[in-house]
Design a protein around this ligand. Structure first.
Ligand code: PLP
Length: 285
């Protein structure tokens, strides 16, 4: 599915990121992380003890300038980003990141938690790009539990021997692994089904005149935490479970509703939802 030689399965995506990043980098190295990357990428980067640089969200120029200024002082460099951003639903510019990684002799790792099973016929956000370290989770579209790294054989062997969150914790129960395998088989054999969540998210954004969804995650930024909670309660009263996301998960002043679409959502429900949400969408001045 990922076109890599090998894969390692962890107990969860969080355990994967907190194991992989410190196994590959240490005190003499540098890590470059998108400012909106998932919390477990930050946890892994902090555990590594490497010099840590934050680049502005999806800003290739900023990353290029950080690499130009600092790459020379580090032995190894690792660039890490979400492939699909978990709270914004937008995509990382993976081709541009891969080109920068290549130009500066850095590794690139993408977290495909929200891409596998739903983007590029289920292959995920990094499919077809030069990404040597493709991490992800089995807990979203795969519908089970667990984390993974797809990479070369030599990297996977190193991770099996060095990643503390792989070596020193119990592996997944067989039933969970079986569920993941069954789900991956479905993903591999049903590309049209995999395309449905994005198609449904786009029906929703189109109905509201919002920019076309890039993934099945669609945020509606409301600003204050109270506004997001009130909107969540209002939608719940109409039978829609939409999470209000607040700081510190998202930056101060950007509390939001986070809509996530699945293949099972009915088109009639999506238009009913759009009708309820329409008054919440700010009208441009
Ligand atoms: C982008 C991203 N990476 C990693 C994780 C963690 O994965 P897991 O839930 O399997 O620990 C999540 C969410 O849970 C996520 O959204």
């Amino acid at each position: 599915m990922k076109d890599t030689e090998d894969a390692v399965v962890f107990g969860s995506g969080y355990l994967a990121n907190t194991g992989i990043i410190p196994a590959l980098t240490g005190k003499t190295d540098a890590i470059f992380v998108d400012e909106l990357a998932h919390a477990c990428i930050w946890a892994g980067a902090k555990l590594a003890g490497a010099a840590l640089f934050t680049f502005r969200h999806n800003d290739l120029d900023h990353l290029a300038s950080l690499l130009a200024a600092t790459r020379g002082q580090a032995r190894h460099a690792l660039i890490v980003t979400d492939g699909v951003f978990s709270m914004d639903g937008d995509l990382a510019p993976i081709a541009g990141l891969a080109a920068l990684a290549d130009a500066h002799g850095a590794w690139l790792m993408t977290d495909d938690a929200h891409g596998i099973g739903v983007l590029n016929a289920g292959h995920g956000s990094a499919y077809g790009e030069a990404v040597p370290l493709q991490m992800g989770t089995l807990s979203k579209a795969v519908g089970a539990y667990g984390g993974y790294l797809c990479a070369s054989r030599v990297v996977c062997d190193l991770i099996r021997n060095r990643a503390r969150s792989f070596v020193y914790t119990t592996g997944l129960p067989p039933g969970v692994v079986a569920a993941s395998i069954a789900s991956l088989d479905l993903i591999a054999s049903e590309p049209d089904y995999c395309a449905q969540p994005l198609r449904k998210a786009r029906l929703f954004t189109e109905a509201l005149g919002l920019p076309a969804a890039q993934s099945p995650i669609v945020p509606l930024i409301l600003g204050a935490a109270e506004a997001a909670l009130a909107a969540q309660a209002q939608l719940e009263a109409h039978g829609f479970l939409v999470a209000a996301i607040r700081p510190p998960t998202v930056p101060e002043g950007t509390a939001r509703l986070r809509f996530t679409f699945t293949a099972a959502h009915e088109e009639a429900d999506i238009s009913r939802l759009a009708g309820l949400v329409r008054p919440m969408v700010a009208v441009p001045a």
